[in-house]
Design a binder for this molecule. Structure first.
Ligand code: IPM
Ligand code: SF4
Length: 779
């Protein structure tokens, strides 16, 4: 028996190991992907790439698409088709493009007329598409949600979406193992959202960088699948590649009867359960990082700043940045308070709220709505609240909630009851904050401008958001409701058949109001230049060897991808033309003029080819590949920083760009000093050196062999992977033998299951691996 099999393994190790198709000497791994979720924002360029290269989707049966980010959450009573339903041009184009692509490539799709439509991370689990022990990816950072099932689930960029569509594999490397153990019992009024906010407050938004977090301990074991999903969802906010929870009885119970899970009671189900049970970490498995949390230290938590790590118990007050440990932290803290319109020392419970949003892939599941309704029942939304919205995560969640009468509880109190979608989590649709409006939100990101330009977001749990709506201020839910245990420990039941009639919402906003909200958005000033793509297909990438140029200095930590390229520019279906929108909020003033204080508006940095940032965790947050595209389009080909968020790091390489992590402070300072002085620097990739303009070496840097090889030679890694066809096919045969429940044609052969396909999939295509099975296995 090989040694590797005897070494104690973690849950992550086991799932990862089971999906290795090929491993290179430098640790680069070709990983097989079982489940691929697709949405409209991060897929158009990937499909375009496939088409240009004449490639097919390898496993349409393992791919599920929906539209969620751009869709209005108003009543769909008058819905004819998506093209006439979506008013905003760019949003419509993205949704229509997805519909064209799913038809063209034969992919199962839940469109707006399908009750199964919803946020991609809500519908995957709901359908049983997400299963324990699988690898799950999506062009979306919150794919980490699916880790609640003991799946290895992570967000990828658009180039990787294309890679998975074409090859069903990804090029990756091993992550570190991190364990967050939460023991004890959650106090009444404390929910899983408080657990994860508390954990992020403790380890910071870069705390999980390079790691996969396994959540364990008695608290996690007692949580329902919904609650576990909320926790894994926000692993990405802790900087981790993924979050995982070992599958157990609660997991199996949740999966029973889900349309795409193996049929309960069948031989396949029993075989699957036996396999799933074997996945839990070995008792003596080693973790690189260990964090312990005592449940009694967690009380209802809210954020005060513009990063998810800026948390404070609701009983606390706004912190004073002058007490922060470093000068950089003080500067960042002052800026946050100014942005948030807060004064140090203000009790959190004194902060008046304008809007309340209960929704998003973190907290829009049935249990979240039940918990919020428990607080709201028999009460009224405070008069100062301009808008309180409930946005169910999927059409099925909405329907279930209506069966339970929750819609009535909410609307009686003065909430709006909306249709499913991402909504005000990031406001790519008309649901946004107006400038300076303050929102109590159950979403996951409080970045500047996230819910609308200059909007102010406080993150919290559904019961806390419900309490804020009732009180009109941030409020301690424990003062409002009597809880019998945690609001989240009830295990969920599988959905009932989807035959019920969709609830017709009469209390929706008029289109005029929506238009008014839309005008809050900054104009898209970015010229969407020609249709050429930067990469993909046979075209390959520009080669990267020596880069010489001006380097722009930056100092901020946690520069997130929302800041690099805000949401209103994600609606493009091209990879180019985003340069003028780079760092939009920092670069332009409210009147649209350039901000003279921003580094890229100063000479000589207008022509910068490199960014040198002394703040850690560059590119955190969303998986949007639009961030490297925007940098690239501006002319920046390399970013140097102490550390990077994983997805941004990967995305950069896929676009022929070189992100350089320099952890040594002195080395980084030398490079930063050259940047501050406005002198050119030289990045010599073949020799892995950074030099000053006279050719003197400032420092050396590290880069993985395979990535370097691809950059220096301008290689298209999809082409490289396709050369491994034999290995992939062999791996698929093995998987079909060992985990047959993962094969099949899914919904492609199951029209009429729980609703019709809104867009008919094309006839079953011949896939890259040959004909799909004619007889679907029992799903
Ligand atoms: C649009 C998508 C790339 C993005 C993500 O990756 O997270 C979005 O879902 C978000 O929450 O910002
Ligand atoms: S974080 Fe928000 S925008 Fe992103 S997938 Fe989840 S709900 Fe949608």
């Amino acid at each position: 028996m090989p040694v590797a099999e005897r070494t104690p393994q973690t849950l992550y190790d086991k799932v990862f190991q089971a999906h290795i198709v090929d491993e290179k000497l430098d640790g680069t791994i070709l990983l097989y992907i079982d489940r691929h979720l697709v949405h409209e924002v991060t897929s158009p360029q990937a499909f375009e790439g496939l088409e240009v290269a004449g490639r097919k989707v390898r496993r349409p049966d393992c791919t599920l698409a929906t539209t969620d980010h751009n869709v209005p959450t108003t009543s769909r009573k008058s819905l004819k088709d998506i093209a006439s339903f979506i008013q905003e041009d760019d949003s419509r184009t993205q949704c229509v493009t997805l519909e064209e692509n799913v038809k063209k490539f034969g992919i199962t799709y839940f469109g707006l007329s399908d009750k199964r439509q919803g946020i991609v991370h809500v519908i995957g689990p709901e359908q049983g598409f997400t299963l324990p022990g699988t690898t799950v990816v999506c062009g979306d950072s919150h794919t980490s949600t699916h880790g609640a099932f003991g799946a290895l689930a992570f967000g990828i960029g658009t180039s990787e979406v294309e890679h998975v569509l074409a090859t069903q594999c990804l090029i990756t490397k091993r992550s570190k193992n991190m364990r967050i153990q939460v023991d004890g019992e959650l106090a009444p009024g404390v929910s899983s959202k408080d657990v994860i906010l508390h954990a992020i407050g403790k380890i910071g938004t870069a705390g999980g960088t390079g790691a996969v977090i396994e959540f364990c301990g008695s608290v996690i074991r007692s949580l329902s699948m919904e609650a576990r999903m909320s926790i894994c969802n926000m692993s990405i906010e802790a900087g981790a590649r993924a979050g995982m929870v070992a599958p157990d009885e609660i997991t199996f119970e949740y999966l029973k009867g889900r349309p795409l899970a193996p049929k309960y009671g069948s031989e396949e189900w029993n075989r699957a359960v036996a396999y799933w049970e074997s996945l839990k970490s070995d008792p003596d498995a080693k973790y690189d990082i260990d964090v312990f949390i005592d449940a009694k230290d967690i009380i209802p938590t809210v954020t005060w700043g513009t990063s998810p790590e800026d948390v404070v118990p609701i009983t606390g007050s706004v912190p004073d940045p002058e007490t922060f440990p470093t000068e950089a932290k003080k500067v960042a803290g002052r800026r946050m308070l100014e942005y948030m319109g807060l004064t140090p020392g203000t009790p959190m419970e004194d902060i008046v709220v304008d809007k309340v949003f209960i929704g998003s892939c973190t907290n829009s599941r049935i249990e979240d709505l039940r918990a919020a309704a428990q607080v709201v029942k028999g009460r009224k939304v405070a008069p100062n609240i301009k808008r309180a919205m409930i946005v169910p995560g999927s059409g099925l969640v909405k329907e279930q909630a209506e069966r339970e009468g929750l819609d009535k509880v909410f609307t009686d109190a003065g909430f709006e009851w909306r249709e499913a979608g991402c909504s005000m989590c990031l406001g790519m649709n008309p649901d946004i904050l107006s400038p300076k409006e303050r929102c109590a939100s159950t979403s996951n990101r409080n970045f500047e401008g996230r819910q609308g330009a200059q909007g102010r977001t406080h993150l919290m749990s559904p019961v806390m958001a419900a309490a804020a709506a009732i009180v009109g201020k941030l409020a301690d839910v424990r003062k409002l409701a009597q809880f019998q245990g945690s609001p989240h420990i009830e295990a969920a039941v599988a959905p009932e058949p989807t035959s019920g009639k969709a609830h017709a919402d009469e209390r929706i906003e008029t289109d005029d109001t929506e238009k008014e909200h839309l005008t809050d958005q900054p104009e898209d000033s970015s010229p969407q230049v020609n249709t050429s793509i930067l990469r993909g297909g046979a075209a390959g990438l520009p080669k990267f060897t020596i880069l010489r140029g001006i380097a722009a200095p930056m100092e901020k930590p946690n520069i997130d991808t929302d800041a690099i390229i805000p949401k209103q520019f994600l609606k493009t279906i091209k990879r180019t033309g985003l340069g003028s929108a780079l760092f939009y909020e920092m670069r332009y003033l409210e009147n649209g003029q350039e901000n003279p204080d921003f580094v890229l508006n100063k000479e000589p940095y207008r022509k910068a080819k490199i960014i040198v940032c002394t703040g850690a965790n560059f590119g955190c947050g969303s998986s949007r590949e639009h961030a490297p595209w925007a940098l690239n389009d501006f002319g920046v080909k390399s970013v140097i920083a102490p550390s990077f968020a994983d997805i941004f790091f990967n995305n950069s390489f896929k676009n022929g760009m070189l992100p350089i992590p320099i952890r040594n402070k002195d080395d980084l300072e030398k490079v930063h000093a050259e940047a501050v002085a406005g002198r050119e620097i030289e990045i010599d990739l073949p020799n892995q050196l950074i030099k000053d303009q006279d050719g003197n070496t400032l420092c050396a840097f590290e880069v993985e062999e395979f990535r370097k090889h691809c950059l220096v030679n301008g290689l298209d890694d999809i082409g490289l992977t396709m050369q491994l066809e034999d290995k992939i096919a062999e791996f698929e045969k093995k998987m079909s033998r060992e985990t047959p429940w993962l094969d099949g044609t899914g919904y492609l052969k199951r029209k009429g299951m729980g609703g019709k396909l809104a867009v008919k999939a094309a006839p079953l295509p011949k896939t890259n691996r040959g004909d799909v099975k004619t007889e679907p296995l029992e799903w």
